[in-house]
Ligand binder design. Structure first.
Ligand SMILES: C[S@@+](CC[C@H](N)C(=O)[O-])C[C@H]1O[C@@H](n2cnc3c(N)ncnc32)[C@H](O)[C@@H]1O
Length: 298
């Protein structure tokens, strides 16, 4: 007969108490409830019963998925990288160490894009570009949200990230209307992208590698892909100047571009965008009143 020495709940409470300081440092705002949810998700994805580990009166094997879960938690690995999944907008996205974990503030970018589509594209398909798609979070969430037809190009410079975006599309495809169409393109910004777009969306890397580093949470700098986060300080302006010039070329005359950016640099980038030729370059705040997005019109 099996003897249950401790339930998952009891083990979790003990773990939470003993590791509290460490956990709060690496996972600010983490609750026991969220941890329990993620453990259950992790167990489900590995086809195991989350109570199973606690059903034996001896320590589980080191390779057991739940043992690995708790070890990684002690190391400070983001929960999403441990489970391999992140919640964004209305869906669950696969994430790996090659992709940024999609952030809740980026959901506002999806909302803003969706407002543009609802206002202007009831009668004809909206041509959308999502530059630096990562997991595909922005592009796929728009496809989930919109009933008006979308023709999307989702691109990334990272082949590994693009593979994950395609996998997320594959996983979500039955929940998406087949009125939409999406192509995945490997590209440095617009280098391999042809055509004109009504909506150009991007959450590009926007942290200055040196000047902004002290404000980056150590967990982010240690575990998330630097390609998704950082640009070199001395080529930062040049990178965005070239990006704005390409956006200007690729945007239709009535089109809109929405770009996520760094709260300290967006005003400066707005001025740069204006000097590129955009008639409108407006900084939009997020729900915490921080400068977060740039809206560009020709
Ligand atoms: C901040 S992440 C955003 C990922 C995703 N769009 C999201 O919001 O969760 C930036 C993404 O841009 C990609 N990237 C970096 N440099 C790029 C470039 N020059 N051209 C295209 N994509 C780039 C990275 O690989 C990464 O996936």
């Amino acid at each position: 007969m099996r003897v249950s020495i401790v339930s998952l709940d009891n083990y979790l409470k003990g773990f939470f108490e003993s590791e509290k300081k460490n956990l709060m440092q690496n996972y600010p705002g983490l609750t026991l409830h969220r941890l329990r949810q993620d453990i259950n998700l992790h167990a489900f994805l590995h086809g195991i019963d989350s109570e199973e580990i606690f059903d034996f009166p001896y320590l589980p094997h080191r390779t057991h998925p739940l043992t690995i879960f708790f070890e990684k938690l002690k190391e400070g690995v983001p929960l999403e990288y441990i489970t391999g999944y992140a919640y964004f907008y209305r869906s669950i996205f696969k994430v790996t160490s090659d992709t940024l974990i999609p952030r809740s503030e980026t959901e506002i970018l999806v909302e803003l894009a969706s407002q543009e589509i609802k206002k202007n594209y009831r009668k004809r398909p909206c041509r959308v570009a999502d530059i630096g798609t990562g997991t595909g979070a922005i592009a796929l969430s728009l496809m989930t949200e919109e009933s008006a037809a979308l023709s999307i190009v989702a691109s990334d410079i990272s082949p590994k990230a693009l593979k994950i975006a395609k996998e997320n599309y594959f996983n979500q495809r039955y929940g998406l209307s087949n009125i939409h169409q999406i192509d995945f393109v490997l590209s440095d910004r617009f280098a391999n992208i042809t055509g004109e777009f009504d909506l150009i969306l991007s959450n590009p890397p926007y942290i200055k590698r040196e000047a902004d580093l002290k404000e980056v949470h150590p967990q982010v700098a240690s575990f998330e892909p630097h390609l998704a986060l950082f640009l070199d300080d001395d080529s930062y302006d040049q990178w965005f100047k070239e990006f704005f010039e390409s956006i200007y070329q690729k945007l239709s005359t009535t089109g809109v571009s929405l770009i996520e950016g760094h709260e300290h640099h967006l005003e400066h980038l707005a001025a740069m965008a204006k000097s590129t030729g955009f008639s409108e370059a407006v900084v939009i705040q997020d729900y915490t009143q921080r400068n977060r997005f740039l809206k560009l019109k020709k």
